[in-house]
Design a protein around this ligand. Structure first.
Ligand code: APR
Length: 169
């Protein structure tokens, strides 16, 4: 059974162990998927995030999911795209690796990702999808509790880019 699923979905509706948030370093909310997750999770999420002391780019921190159907939220801070000469690719890859590592550390079995850095942070979508799919595929080859990874694409453009990437890597 394929452990990786690519589908069009609003990630805040997914009933999985953890959804990943495309957050910023403050972890105190924003627009895009960050805004949607904070709105759906409720105000206790922001209160909890304020105790975390922020997060560096390429890393992630976990909180409960509060009013979301997901049990946990893993807040990953993706890189802003500055043209590719500022380690953006390695930092994006690290977001996926760190999110999966934290999920496995908590013995979670299912996790859903949005397209980290592909919105306000302007990372080129085709390359971001290759990095995302490649890192997930690599992680799933190792032993861990993770049995299902969902890529929750907010639109068909992203879904197609991920499907293309899945055939390349
Ligand atoms: N479900 C799934 N995907 C979503 C949702 C949603 N509800 N809402 C938006 N997206 C998609 C966007 O279409 C995009 O493909 O998530 C992807 C990431 O876009 P952003 O949310 O803009 O995130 P990012 O590019 O990583 O920028 C992060 O934006 O919202 C602020 O606080 C956030 O400063 C941080 C920055």
């Amino acid at each position: 059974m394929n452990k990786i699923e690519i589908l069009q979905a609003d990630i805040t509706t997914l009933e999985v162990d953890a959804i990943v948030n495309a957050a910023n370093g403050s972890l105190c909310g924003g627009g895009g998927v960050d805004g949607a997750i904070h709105r759906a999770a409720g105000k206790d999420l922001l209160a909890q995030c304020r105790t975390l002391g922020g997060c560096d780019t390429g890393f992630a921190k976990i909180t409960p999911g509060y009013h979301l159907p997901a049990k946990f939220i893993i807040h990953a801070v993706g890189p802003v795209w500055y043209g590719g000469a500022k380690n953006e690719e390695q930092l994006l890859a690290s977001c996926y690796r760190e999110s999966l590592r934290i999920a496995a550390e908590h013995q979670l079995t299912s996790i859903a990702f949005p397209a980290i850095s592909c919105g306000a942070y302007r990372f080129p979508i085709p390359r971001a999808c290759e990095i995302a799919y490649g890192e997930v595929q690599k992680f799933l080859q190792s032993q861990s509790s993770i049995k299902k990874v969902i890529f929750a694409c907010f639109d068909a453009k992203l879904e197609n880019a991920l499907l293309l990437a899945s055939r390349k890597v």
